[in-house]
Design a protein around this ligand. Structure first.
Ligand code: SF4
Length: 437
């Protein structure tokens, strides 16, 4: 018999999708039975009361969580998100319900032992509810009490050799894709760079000193499996600067139907046999692929490394051999000023330990942002407010055509008066008269 009636929440279990309500109910039941004999350090009915307070919030149309001042562990300014219930008499199990962010391992590689240990700590000292993983990438441990914070922190850091992640106005937990460990398209060792920068910037991660949050994300190739281009203030995206190697025999095998396109991902395809023109050549965003007389050729200087052709014919086309990464800056979700994708800042940089060149770019950006950024202004917003030119000056970088967002379609060029010979200026005026209003 449930402690609280939850008719509104119950509706969320009725659809075809897995429901978090069912998950919380399952955990509530497991805690009540306690078949493993866990010595619970927080109220055993925490999950029951969580369902109760959520039902009340649905009923009232407003939240019953409130901010209750700064909660954290000694020496750290982030990693714990304090949460209190404004109805503690009715729901004592969630009077405190703090979230802890834990730094996930690189590429999210776990051993089963580590996962069991983590669950054991959290069963005993928290609600048992987790979010694997939060949108930044951390392991999210949902719901514990203030006295348990130091205990959990001690166990995580001393026994399990892990650490809290970032929260607040600091460097958020850096996140990477699986990289070279499992992916043949990874252009650099994402895990090594992610780990190195995480260690290097421990201070920035744990002691909030920034105008607002700041995210690093590491993608091994332009497929962008951790979506760094859409979410990170600095995205490190693997790329190459030589040609895409082409295996013409494998191309012929795809065309002849001996190899399945897309690694066989469209096994039940109902749009007929593989058509290299329709599925590869015509879909190249820069029209730089040709297929003629049974040969596929790529004009590399026009290729934007979008990965499409490689993903369709992975046995015939591969990433190049002169590999490195591109640095993009300023992406963010729509918190204050609308969503923004990253802008290209460094087209290509080699990825070599100890990564000093990469660190120089990062630190120049931070110096500028910490000096000029307003409170709660993300890097992307500062870039919009002061202009990309100011960012280039701060980073000691020269403008490059590849930084222009749409170089093939945007004819807008700013000329200084003395740079333009008279005749040419007349041409521009004529062009404007006829083409621009
Ligand atoms: Fe074209 Fe993209 Fe292939 Fe480059 S990677 S050749 S841009 S489809």
């Amino acid at each position: 018999m449930a402690k609280h009636e939850t008719p509104l929440l119950d509706q969320l279990e009725s659809g075809p999708w897995p429901s978090f309500v069912s998950d919380i109910k399952q955990e509530a039941e497991a805690r009540a039975k306690n078949e493993k004999g866990v010595e619970y350090q927080i109220p055993v009915d925490v999950c029951e009361d969580l369902l109760g307070v959520l039902e009340l919030s649905f009923k009232h149309g407003r939240t019953h969580w409130k901010h209750g001042g700064i909660v954290g562990v000694f020496g750290y300014g982030g990693g714990v998100i304090g949460r209190y219930c404004d109805q503690p008499e009715m729901f004592p199990g969630v009077a405190h319900f703090h979230t802890m962010r834990v730094n996930q391992p690189g590429g999210k590689f776990y051993t089963t032992k580590f996962l069991r240990d983590l669950c054991n700590v959290w069963d005993m000292r928290g609600s048992g509810l987790t979010n694997m993983h939060g949108s930044t990438g951390d392991i999210i441990l949902l719901g514990t009490t203030t006295p348990q914070l130091e205990e959990i922190f001690f166990e995580l850091t001393h026994t399990y050799n892990t650490d809290l992640g970032g929260s607040g106005s600091n460097l958020r937990t850096p996140a990477d894709c699986v990289g070279e460990a499992r992916c043949e398209w990874s252009c650099y060792d994402t895990q090594d760079l992610c780990y190195n920068l995480t260690q290097e910037y421990q201070d920035e991660l744990h002691r909030p000193a920034f105008p607002y949050k700041f995210k690093f994300k590491f993608d091994g190739c332009p497929n962008c499996c951790v979506a760094s281009i859409a979410r990170a203030d600095i995205s490190f995206i693997g790329t190459w600067r030589d040609d895409i190697p082409v295996d013409q025999e494998a191309v012929a095998a795809y065309v002849g139907g001996e190899l399945a396109p897309n690694g066989g991902a469209h096994a039940g395809r109902d749009w007929g046999p593989f058509d290299i023109k329709k599925e590869v050549v015509d879909l190249c965003p820069t029209n730089c692929i040709q297929y003629a007389d049974g040969k596929l050729t790529i004009d590399s200087k026009e290729c934007t490394r979008c990965m499409h052709c490689i993903a369709v014919m992975p046995r015939a086309l591969r990433i190049g051999n002169d590999r490195g990464l591109s640095i993009l800056v300023g992406a963010k979700a729509p918190i204050l000023d609308g969503a923004q994708m990253g802008s290209l800042l460094v087209p290509f940089i080699k990825v070599e330990e100890p990564y000093d060149e990469i660190k120089e770019v990062i630190e120049n950006i931070w110096d500028w942002w910490m000096e000029e950024g307003k409170n709660r202004e993300r890097l992307g917003e500062l870039m919009k407010r002061q202009g990309f030119q100011r960012l280039l000056e701060a980073c000691n970088l020269k403008p490059d055509p590849r930084m222009v967002q749409e170089p093939r379609t945007n004819p807008y060029i700013f000329w200084k008066e003395d740079e333009v010979p008279g005749g040419f200026q007349r041409d521009i005026k004529e062009f404007r008269k006829h083409h621009l209003r």
